[in-house]
Design a protein around this ligand. Structure first.
Ligand code: HEM
Length: 147
């Protein structure tokens, strides 16, 4: 039961994070907060850092949800091995993505790294989506052909 809702919460929060990331990028706010892990002024920064700071705060929330989902799926003996695989892969990807986010800032938005940040984000979304689908058993139903 907890696994279903953890997987769903991860999916919703991750989707919002990718939306915010897209806004950060297209609005040119990528270096609005030049330090890492916190913005200047610490945990509660000035309004000018708000969007980029929100991206980091939601990233930490996403990482917590994704990692807890993986731990719960591995502790649950009834969980299918497909869920164990997708959730563990998602946990590895989320840690990679946060590390990559820090490198993107340190290397001043190097184009290749920003592209990899987007690519890893899409892969992460796919794994979290699959975990949620498996948790709700939607993927278990065979698709019947009408031909
Ligand atoms: C689970 C974690 C994360 C996910 C899924 C994620 C996802 C994204 C996405 C989808 C974009 C838009 C990319 C584009 O349009 O090309 C983005 C942009 C960005 N992210 Fe993240 N992000 C994460 C964590 C972080 C962290 C921890 C940092 C920094 C500490 C960070 C820094 C940035 C920056 C600076 C941009 C804007 C790049 C630019 O200006 O082109 N991200 N992120």
């Amino acid at each position: 039961m907890a696994l279903k809702y953890l997987a769903l919460a991860s999916l919703i929060v991750l989707y919002s994070l990718m939306f915010i990331g897209g806004y950060v990028s297209s609005a040119g706010l990528g270096l609005s907060c030049p330090e890492w892990p916190l913005c200047p002024n610490g945990v509660l920064p000035d309004a000018k850092y708000f969007i980029e700071w929100t991206h980091r705060l939601v990233a930490v929330t996403t990482a917590t949800l994704v990692i807890v989902t993986a731990i719960v799926s591995w502790l649950n003996k009834d969980a299918h091995r497909k869920i164990k695989f997708t959730s563990a892969f998602a946990a590895i990807l989320v840690v990679t993505q946060i590390t990559l986010g820090a490198i993107v800032i340190n290397l001043k938005l190097h184009a290749v790294l920003v592209a990899i940040h987007l690519g890893v984000g899409i892969l992460l979304f796919s794994m979290v989506l699959l975990t949620a689908l498996f948790a709700f058993k939607i993927a278990k139903k065979p698709i019947e052909s009408t031909i």
